[in-house]
Design a protein around this ligand. Structure first.
Ligand code: CMP
Length: 139
């Protein structure tokens, strides 16, 4: 069993498709074991994406991620990190396979509708960034 952090980004919250995105997780066998809706301050968004601090898209990304509410959840499942990445599709929605979340709800590379952890190390850091251990209700 594995755990991964997933974020429904501000553009997808604005489009009112949180439920449709959750349905994709559930249809593919992932279970939501923790969730909350929050709005990140700019400094908290910068902290979350600190590994990208040197990238040219960092400022735009952090401005966008702090621009409105996001929905943050922990997903549980067999091979959850890789499975969630497959369900999300390619980072750039224009390259994402039909039927993936980013193909359906992404607007651009920046506003690509969802984030998912990319490794066990980042999953652990990202889950701890948003949740206390007692907020994760593993069944
Ligand atoms: P995400 O999975 O949230 O991780 C970092 C985000 O940076 C990524 O999704 C994209 O939305 C955004 N981004 C913007 N430009 C790029 C780029 N050139 N390469 C990768 N990610 C980018």
């Amino acid at each position: 069993m594995e755990y991964t952090l997933s974020i429904v980004k501000p553009n997808a919250v604005k489009k009112n498709v949180i439920g449709k995105i959750f349905a994709q997780f559930e249809q593919h066998g992932l279970r939501i074991v923790a969730l909350k809706m929050v709005q990140l301050s700019l400094s908290r968004a910068q902290d979350f994406y600190c590994e990208h601090a040197q990238k040219p898209f960092y400022n735009k990304l952090c401005d966008f991620m702090s621009s409105g509410p996001i929905c943050v959840q922990v997903l549980q499942g067999v091979n959850a990190i890789e499975l969630n990445r497959q369900i999300m599709g390619a980072t750039d929605p224009s390259q994402a396979e039909a039927g993936t979340i980013r193909a359906m709800y992404g607007d651009s590379l920046d506003e690509n509708s969802v984030h998912g952890s990319d490794s066990p190390t980042s999953a652990q850091r990202e889950i701890q960034f948003f949740f206390e251990s007692e907020e994760i209700l593993v069944r």
